[in-house]
Design a protein. Structure first.
Length: 453
């Protein structure tokens, strides 16, 4: 399993309770979990959208423009009239130290003339930027932000987020801003301060002033920083249904004013119904197309780097299924939870996601029908196998509600679907089939599976 995908899988369990680490349900990707509700990913927006939100809510930011072409970048730099910072707009951290797939280094560059800004933008736009957080494939850059260059006296780190330890929102801050905060937390954890916010009373100006003073603001900058923190919480974090507002750095300029120099905001996807203008800003081009398709079909899907596709109902069972595949020497190609109320159409969409991965050599369907009816899953499997003309073998383990009806449907379908009642045997079977297909492909030999009925 790709280690870069482990945090993504953990994200699906953000609303789940951890179980004891001594439990036999411990997973190969981390601690076991008991699912409570289906979690949804949080929306992330580009920096220029986040900076626009701050500006509209009365928070001071440097002047900036957005460009999608070299000509627009030149014009933007002319309008700002001075030295500018050209920032590649991708949804991944570590841009400054990243490298584009065309060899150009650095996703955040200084420019001292409009022409230089345009030249830098031309090398960023249309290329993919690879950073520590983007994965080896990188993220496409379709826009650059042309930002006013400000000279700062001091830089700080400030974030507002939800923290289970405090049972509510908390301000996380450090006097060491403008650097990778993860490095600060690892090398000097005492430099990180946490201040809980009363979820009923909210952040008061007095509390914001106290946090600002502890950071090191003084004089007029102290009052200005307190107002910025107050607005970040009440006008941005609360009113936007944000799960995190991160400013790095929050800076005191040489002019004595306080600026939010860089901003990242994550929004609660469950609030989409009342934040439609914000969610309309989402850039699907930054996402794996499979994640986008899965979201539209209301499926929990994460692509991995194995060769055995998995279709399971229930996140806990999905984790166990991936574990048992690994136990028998295979590698799962995905995490896919169709949930408890999936329709046959959703099952068909799930198979499209799995089979579009060219590395998939076999598929294991593992369904325990409680709320989910096994015959609905079977109908979806059969429809998908016929419509998609599936060439890979499918091992199907069904148990629970309407399982006999499901078995009858599969038996009369005349498709290459191998039924198996025992999960351990099903896992062994799908691993063996995957190995056969893998060897055959390496030898350029076609393999055809026939099931005499």
């Amino acid at each position: 399993m790709a280690s870069s995908n482990i945090p993504k899988i953990r994200g699906i369990f953000s609303n789940f309770h951890r179980i004891s680490t001594s439990s036999p349900l411990k997973s190969s990707v981390g601690v076991g979990f008991i699912p409570l509700v289906n979690a949804r990913r949080n929306l992330s927006l580009h920096e220029f959208h986040s900076m626009g939100i701050l500006s509209s809510r009365g928070v001071t930011v440097p002047r900036f423009k957005v460009a999608a072409t070299q000509e627009e970048a030149v014009q933007a730099a002319k309008e700002i009239n001075g030295d500018v910072v050209v920032k590649a707009q991708i949804l991944a951290g570590g841009r400054g130290k990243g490298t584009f797939d065309n060899g150009f280094k650095g996703g955040v560059r200084l420019a001292f003339s409009p022409e230089e800004a345009g030249e830098i933008a031309s090398k960023m736009l249309g290329a993919r930027l690879v950073t520590k957080q983007s994965g080896p494939e990188g993220r496409p850059c379709h826009h650059v932000m042309i930002s006013q260059r400000l000279f700062t006296r001091r830089e700080f780190y400030v974030a507002i987020t939800m923290d289970r330890a405090f049972l509510g929102p908390v301000i996380v801050c450090s006097a060491q801003g403008g650097v990778n905060i993860e490095d600060v937390a690892r090398e000097n954890p005492s430099a990180i301060q946490k201040t809980p916010i009363d979820i009923h009373e909210g952040l008061t100006l007095a509390q914001a002033r106290d946090v600002s003073e502890k950071l090191g603001f003084r004089g007029g900058a102290l009052e200005e920083a307190a107002v910025v923190l107050h607005r970040l919480y009440h006008e941005v974090f609360l009113k936007s249904d944000a799960t995190m507002v991160e400013i790095n750095p929050l800076a005191e300029g040489t002019d004595g004013h306080v600026y939010c120099m860089d901003c990242k905001i994550n929004f609660d996807s469950n609030a989409e119904f009342r934040q439609k203008p914000l969610f309309a800003l989402k850039d699907d081009r930054q996402e794996d197309w499979r994640d986008v398709a899965a979201a539209k079909a209301n499926l929990n899907y994460i692509g991995l780097d194995g060769e055995i596709g998995c279709l399971v109902n229930g996140a806990g069972l999905a984790m166990a299924t991936m574990d048992i595949i690994k136990l028998h020497g295979g590698k799962p190609a995905n995490f896919l939870d169709v949930g408890g109320g999936a329709t046959s159409e959703q099952v068909k969409e799930a198979f499209k996601l799995i089979t579009n991965d060219q590395k998939v050599h076999a598929i294991l369907v593992n369904i325990f029908g409680g709320i989910m009816r096994c015959d609905v899953i079977a109908e979806g499997i059969i429809a998908a196998a016929k419509e998609l003309d599936l060439k890979v073998p499918i091992v199907c383990r069904l148990q629970g509600t309407r399982v006999e009806d499901a078995k009858a449907l599969i038996a009369t379908s005349n498709l290459r679907i191998l039924p198996c009642d025992n999960l351990d045997e099903a896992a062994k079977m799908v691993v063996k089939l995957s190995e056969i297909v893998t060897l055959a492909k390496k030898a350029f030999v076609g393999v055809k599976f026939e099931l005499p009925i």
